[in-house]
Design a protein. Structure first.
Lengths: 95, 380
């Protein structure tokens, strides 16, 4: 079965047991929302860093699929195919 | 192992825009610092819980990137615990998400484990397990006024929670919305703002909508509370049925801070700022003002404070401890922190050039063993 990889920024890696890469098995395509559920299932604190309790992506968390930020695609409904890599990157914020 | 008597240890916690600093002292003059904890996250709220024979520091943490959370430490900041599922989370169906935790308030000695919290969006929360999990107060959340509550510059905040000794009487203050009172322990709520001005509204004396910046209860007189308003300093003697101005004798009636003595009736402290439109100490001279007669007269206290200061002191950036005499602490948006071991008569600068100070809390540490451990850790 194909896998999808999610690359974490270093600041979040301690919340995933020190891993920089989380993977989920995927036959065909899945949504980014599904993927986040899958890879953060064992890491609830990590899950809360990315999305608030309504499920919305936090404002300054950017997720890239094929180099495009998902807000410019279909948000958490953006589809990802097995073998692809998804990047989580914090955006520029704060002073 | 026999008990070894140690001198009293004081804890000072300073929450800033970019992290938390902790300090301990034996005399409230010389302080040993640790930090920054939670670097790059703001710490708008701190609760120090000295019940149950331990000193628990609870902090509201908020990262611009990663959102808000609550963490706690039982070893003076050596280690922190964040409940896996999150301590404060809006339940399903509310379609709301916590933006910032404005207040963490351990309840009375007689109700160990009970901790209250105030958050943005305007909401009040209650924990019965020492701050590990909080439940949303539904009475206030479902209040028909909620859609009319607003946000001050810093965000919509339920920032003051005052519970009377028997626990049936709860006052909450919010910016903006004003004071709400519950007579049934928090089940139902009514606005109680008669006498408090809201000059920025078409009707300057509305039932609710005031921008009350901070409230605090008198230590000994039940039903007496003090309020620092968005212009106006007030006292109520009838459990918030009506409020009277006690601003006479102060250099200005604007400000954010309202502190009361933990034991003595009639004593309160404020830190006046010139005006809404000029949020600096009057004449650029920083001073605390204390009343010992419930607002009848005020005494200016500025010994040890800088000659010139143009930074504001925010609503939770001031605190008292419970020692005798009471210690008074506050920090500025310029990152200076001042401490007084004599109820404000004299201050000393204990920290400077920190990020903007958002929250200050202080307490007498109850478990000496953890102090010894922390000392060993810091000297290692």
């Amino acid at each position: 079965m194909a896998e999808i990889s999610v690359v974490l920024p270093s600041v979040l890696q301690p919340l995933a047991g020190g891993q920089s890469l989380l993977t989920a098995p995927a036959d065909g395509t899945v949504t980014v929302g599904w993927l986040l559920d899958a890879v953060t299932g064992d890491y609830p604190v990590l899950a809360r860093r990315l999305r608030d309790e309504t499920g919305a992506l936090r404002r300054y968390v950017n997720i890239y699929v094929n180099g495009d930020e998902v807000r410019r695609l279909q948000g958490l409904d953006t589809e990802v195919a097995g073998g692809q890599e998804v990047l989580i990157i914090q955006s520029v914020a704060g002073g | 192992m026999g008990f070894m008597a140690t001198p009293e240890t004081y804890l000072l916690a300073i929450g800033t825009k970019k992290g938390l600093w902790l300090a301990t002292s034996q005399d409230r003059r010389q302080w040993s610092f640790s930090g920054p904890h939670f670097l790059m996250s703001e710490i708008p709220s701190i609760g120090i819980d000295t019940r149950d024979g331990r000193t628990r520091i609870m902090v509201g943490v908020r990262s611009e990137h990663w959102g808000p959370t609550v963490a706690h430490s039982d070893d003076l900041g050596a280690t922190w615990t964040e409940p896996e599922q999150g301590a404060i989370k809006f339940p399903e169906g509310t379609d709301a998400a916590v933006e910032r935790i404005w207040q963490i308030h351990p309840d009375a000695e007689s109700r160990p484990g009970v901790v209250w919290a105030g958050a943005e969006p305007i909401s009040v929360w209650k924990s019965t397990d020492g701050g590990q999990h909080f439940e949303l107060n539904r009475g206030l959340w479902d209040h028909p006024h909620r859609s009319e509550w607003g946000a001050g510059y810093g965000g919509a905040a339920a920032h003051s929670i005052v519970v009377n000794p028997s626990g049936d009487n709860v006052h909450v203050a919010m910016s903006t919305g004003g004071v709400y009172r519950s007579l049934d322990g928090g089940t139902s709520w009514e606005p109680r703002n008669r006498g408090i001005s809201a000059y920025f509204m078409p009707d300057p004396n509305p039932e609710f909508g005031q921008c009350v910046h901070k409230i605090a209860a008198d230590a000994a007189v039940e039903g007496r509370l003090y309020a620092q308003n968005h212009h106006g300093v007030y006292r109520t003697d009838d459990n918030a049925e009506s409020w009277q101005s006690i601003a006479e004798g102060l250099p200005a009636d604007f400000g954010f801070v309202m502190l009361t003595h933990p034991r003595r009736a009639g004593t309160a402290w404020v830190v006046p700022l010139k005006a809404d439109g000029e949020r600096i100490p009057p004449e650029g001279k920083l001073a605390v003002h204390r009343t010992d007669d419930a607002g009848g007269t005020w005494k200016r206290l500025d010994a040890g404070l800088p000659q010139s200061e143009f930074n504001a002191v925010l609503r939770d950036a001031a605190a008292v401890d419970a020692a005798e005499p009471v210690g008074v602490y506050f920090g500025t948006r310029g990152g200076a922190v001042y401490a007084s071991a004599d109820e404000g008569e004299t201050f000393a600068e204990v920290a400077s050039h920190l990020p903007d100070v958002l929250c200050v809390r202080a307490a007498v540490v109850v478990d000496a063993a953890v102090v010894a451990d922390a000392a060993v850790a810091s000297s290692a």
